[in-house]
Write a protein that binds this ligand. Structure first.
Ligand SMILES: C[S@@+](CC[C@H](N)C(=O)[O-])C[C@H]1O[C@@H](n2cnc3c(N)ncnc32)[C@H](O)[C@@H]1O
Length: 268
């Protein structure tokens, strides 16, 4: 069971909880209790978050990555899984092989590699930086995709949990095809600089966890993962360092919980 550090609980209703805390130092979650982690960490591409600087030297970013991946490892069950949404690479501020680097660090801190899903978010706006246009001198190659790296702690075969899957035949066939096609989420509509669409955590949760499982998002942002938990009857824990985004996540849970006929009331 997760420990409810009372001062850090920003919002709790039923089996959904938001902690306003720094994931690196939080003591709100007990070790070895998480079935599935679904998250999208800061990408270090100078996104203007409230409390967090998203433009630190790449070396420091990799150290931060190692620290939080280690913490995730400690919090996971032995048959725990991890869906890590990251960019394939980065061009702004110098080319970096982000996916390869983060996957290498994940393996170094103990995670085992299972597979990679390519998320084709059909974002053509990324196709404007050509480098040397129509010249071989220094052209840029940009893949308008992100990835979801699938990792696990010790055993890929899941032995804990209710053993109740809620995925349909059509969903299973579609989700096990490692190229996912759906659009990204509008920042303006959500009010957060880097939200992912609910389809992303929803697919991960339905494919890789049982109903009733405990799902963690250590970088909750606008709360998308918890909304997916609510809609799929999973327990959800979200950590977010910025109070403003905790409030946004709470409001989205209340609003979208109503859409799905689930009663959620504010605790504040
Ligand atoms: C890429 S966004 C996540 C967006 C989220 N998937 C959504 O759909 O809204 C990363 C989030 O991590 C938060 N963050 C950065 N450092 C953190 C830390 N050390 N602990 C907890 N949250 C952190 C940022 O404030 C930001 O909201």
């Amino acid at each position: 069971m997760q420990r409810l550090g009372p001062d850090k609980v920003y919002f709790k209703e039923g089996s959904i909880v938001i902690y306003n805390d720094d994931f690196l130092s939080t003591k709100c979650i007990d070790k070895g209790c998480i079935d599935l982690i679904v998250t999208s960490p800061p990408y270090n591409v100078d996104i203007k978050y409230g409390s967090y600087s998203d433009e630190i030297p790449y070396k420091d970013y990799l150290k931060f990555t190692s620290d939080w991946l280690t913490k995730c490892f400690q919090l996971s069950k032995d048959d725990g899984r991890f869906c890590l949404n990251i960019p394939l690479d980065k061009n702004k501020g110098g080319q970096q092989s982000v996916c390869a680097d983060i996957t290498t660090i994940a393996k170094k801190v103990g995670w085992k590699y299972h597979s990679t899903i390519i998320w084709n978010e059909q974002n053509i706006s990324r196709r404007t930086a050509w480098g040397s246009w129509l010249s071989a001198s220094a052209p840029y190659v940009i893949a308008p995709v992100e990835v979801i790296v699938i990792l696990y702690k010790k055993n890929w075969k899941k032995t804990s949990g209710t053993k109740l899957s809620d995925i349909t035949k059509e969903e299973f066939v579609e989700y096990t095809n490692g190229v996912w096609n759906f659009s990204g989420e509008s920042r303006k509509k959500i009010g957060h600089p880097a939200p992912y669409p609910i389809e992303l955590p929803r697919r991960c949760i339905k494919l890789f966890s049982y109903t009733g499982d405990t799902i963690l998002d250590p970088f909750l942002g606008s709360g998308t993962t918890l909304i997916a938990c609510l809609n799929t009857k999973r327990k959800g824990i979200g950590i977010e360092i910025d109070k403003k985004y905790c409030e946004l996540a709470k409001q989205r849970l209340i609003a979208e919980g109503k859409v799905f006929q689930l009663r959620l009331e504010s605790t504040k």
